[in-house]
Design a protein around this ligand. Structure first.
Ligand SMILES: Cc1cc2nc3c(=O)[nH]c(=O)nc-3n(C[C@H](O)[C@H](O)[C@H](O)COP(=O)(O)OP(=O)(O)OC[C@H]3O[C@@H](n4cnc5c(N)ncnc54)[C@H](O)[C@@H]3O)c2cc1C
Length: 396
């Protein structure tokens, strides 16, 4: 029997080298390359064999991805950002194996993109207060409601959906988690324009959308627990994207510094040095957390990495704006772009995009609440709706 401990960084690297040797990234279509990557168990090395994994320690993923990158392949996450970052872990934990096998391969190859249908106009931080209703009708559920801020919903084939199936119990208890086919009748996606000029998130209207009961994850009424595992993965995904030492956003700030000696001052030099130190201590903290997590998922501690990464990201681009001076106020044409293009992103756009970092995936205030309550075990936030049936909770 092959055990997890039998899989080492060397065996993972060897498997990865075999995939890129047989399918050179430069000449292989991405879907084919990533299909071979999945079949070799390299999509998520900690997943079960046959479902894109090797049952190996999670930290070995870095070794596999490095080989892919050095061969000119994509960073896997970018192939299906929400699929890899948020959805896959929940599918493997909660979907029956046949359903997981059906969904995970096209997710890994990018042939079926995913979106997250959680937030609503009246339920963001207070996600458990959401109002979208799912009513049982034979073997199906019929869903009606409105979601908002749904990244990539305009491109997605599938969505993860949290809906209320019982309004007569307290809010956390009446939720159920579904996988929805975005091509179903009754799904309407309307793009929203962001501060950057791009339109990468959407409103999604659901009007009598039928979802087979077979596409439910977890028990009826147990959707909150399922969504917590998704949200934890999301925090990890947003917080553990740490590039190599001196690379990423801090690397860009260093490059801008070097390119603009005319704008350098001792005060800005001190600020850049402090940002570099914070970036490096964040990188090392995440590396330590990955080792500590081993096979398992990160716990509420993921809130710490998400909090630090998003605030640091903003501080680095604020620094770049200050270094640019008035130039920082110049902006490229305000065209709405529905898909990512490959053109280099100017600092100005990165600065504007960074404003969302402390909101998406849960605001910094919410991350601090999680750290306070679930890591430091401080007294919980006051909740006057905890034992009240959702139907009776006052709403604006
Ligand atoms: C770029 C981007 C992409 C997104 N993508 C998706 C997506 O794909 N799918 C999806 O479902 N959602 C998505 N979201 C939505 C995101 O999850 C929510 O915006 C976020 O959870 C905050 O909810 P809200 O906007 O309703 O703000 P609110 O919850 O209304 O919060 C308003 C303010 O009140 C503060 N606040 C609220 N409650 C508390 C509290 N208890 N204690 C202290 N302060 C509090 C908040 O921190 C915030 O400052 C995205 C958001 C952004 C910016």
């Amino acid at each position: 029997m092959t055990t997890a401990t039998a899989t080492t960084a060397e065996t993972v690297e060897e498997l990865a080298r075999t995939v890129v040797r047989e399918r050179p990234p430069a000449t292989t279509p991405t879907a084919e390359l990533m299909g071979a990557w999945y079949d070799a168990g390299l999509a998520w090395v900690h997943f079960p064999r046959g479902l894109g994994g090797l049952e190996a320690p999670r930290m070995l993923q870095t070794a596999a991805n490095r080989v892919l990158k050095e061969a000119g392949g994509p960073e896997p996450r970018t192939v299906n950002i929400i699929g890899y970052g948020i959805v896959a872990g929940t599918i493997v934990r909660y979907a029956p194996p046949e359903l997981a096998a059906r969904l995970l391969r096209p997710l890994a190859t990018g042939e079926e993109l995913w979106c997250q249908l959680f937030s609503e106009p009246g339920a963001g931080s207070d996600l458990a207060g959401l109002a979208t209703r799912a009513v049982r009708d034979g073997d199906d559920w019929v869903v009606t409601g409105q979601k908002v801020w749904n990244s990539l919903a305009h491109l997605a084939r599938w969505g993860i959906l949290l809906a209320r199936t019982d309004p007569d119990v307290p809010k956390h208890k009446g939720l159920t988690y579904f996988l929805v086919d975005m091509q179903s009748p009754g799904v309407e996606v309307r793009p929203l324009r962001q501060i950057t000029g791009r339109a990468q998130f959407n409103e999604v209207f659901l009007e009598g959308v039928r979802i087979p009961d077979a596409m439910r994850l977890g028990d009826v009424g147990a959707g909150w627990a399922v969504s917590l595992s998704t949200l934890s993965d999301e925090r990890v995904g947003l917080g553990d994207r740490v590039p190599a030492r001196g690379a990423g956003s801090i690397g860009e700030a260093l490059a801008l510094w070097a390119a603009r000696p005319d704008r350098q001052t001792p005060v800005l030099r001190d600020r850049l040095a402090r940002l570099w130190l914070r970036s490096e201590s964040h990188r090392l903290t995440v590396e330590r957390a990955k080792v500590a997590a081993g096979h398992g998922v990160f716990g509420p501690e993921a809130a710490i990495t998400k909090l630090v990464a998003s605030e640091l990201n903003q501080q680095v681009y604020e620094f770049c704006q200050e270094l640019l001076g008035l130039e920082g106020t110049l902006y490229e044409s305000y065209t709405s772009v529905l898909e990512d293009d490959d053109s280099p992103t100017p600092y100005q756009r990165k600065f504007l995009r960074s404003r969302a970092a402390t909101i998406e995936g849960g605001t910094s205030e919410i991350q601090r609440n999680i750290v306070a309550e679930r890591v430091l075990r401080l007294p919980a936030d006051l909740r006057n709706d905890k034992n009240v049936p959702w139907r009776d909770v006052p709403r604006s």
